[in-house]
Write a protein that binds this ligand. Sequence first.
Ligand code: NAP
Length: 292
Amino acid sequence: METRILKGKPIAQAIRDDVSARVSALGGRGVAVTLAIVLAGDDEASKIYSRSIERAAGKLGIEATLVAVPAGAGGDAAARTVRGLSDDPAVGGIIVQQPLPDGIPATIVEEIHPAKDVDGATTASLGLLLAGRRGFAPATPLGVIEILRGSAISVSGRHVVIVGRSNVVGKPLANLLLRKSEHANATVTVCHTGTGDLRRHTLSADILVAAMGRPEAIRGDMIAEGAVVVDVGVTSIDDPTSERGYRMVGDVAFDEMIGRASAVTPVPGGVGSLTTALLLRNLVEAVEHAAG
Ligand code: NAP
């Protein structure tokens, strides 16, 4: 069987083009698109990620501002900072970078109004998603939906098996896929470490989504012939043969999918390529909505 490699970059580019046009249209009406990125503490990976969002935003005419909160600021002060941004009409959307340092609880995100929660991080946003109401979903599960849609793979009426039930990937994705709408309407099974016979479930998938954080845990003999395989996982593993000394690996044994799956997403270059573009699409939607 020929296996399609579903690349994220061209789909991400189409999303960025759409965002850029919408930012220009808002600019024409005198409306600026602004994002506040709350960075608490000194986590190096968060700093790198924040700067990459800032750069990507800048290229699309979006003004992203880093709001630094010192690690020792304490939970109350950090919550006040987030609340202040949420109340500020000049701020279109807010993201709070994770992980947060000790002493700053994850609950500070709850200070973001759902209308500005472009990362879909609050329990209010998760609740709206569960209820099928208007709200923002996190970018990674949106990336799964968009890579399938952009590759003309329909999920409607098909059995999607998700391995992973986190609040940022598995659970929101299950709820997005369950919506009674054109690009959803799937039958969804969610697996986790308590699942009795994982292989029995993965073999029954028309579309398998791996979001486990377990390098190459999904092997070729765990999927049905012709299944579509979407790999969300990304783990850095030591690799002395690579220039950097490490490489990024997905949750799927990619080589074992070739010739067996009808389509598979690569890591890197698959779902992960879409996340920043989709975060910025959420942002432009938030600003459009606020502007009426
Ligand atoms: P997480 O919070 O650690 O959740 C992992 C989930 O996988 C849990 O529900 C866990 O089950 C399940 N799981 C782990 N090992 C399993 C096994 N052997 N069998 C069955 N289920 C298993 O991770 P996450 O935040 O959802 O992220 C998942 C992966 O996606 C990670 O590699 C992460 O780096 C990646 N990710 C990528 C992006 C992107 O932009 N591409 C964004 C976010 C995350 P339990 O609930 O029972 O523990």
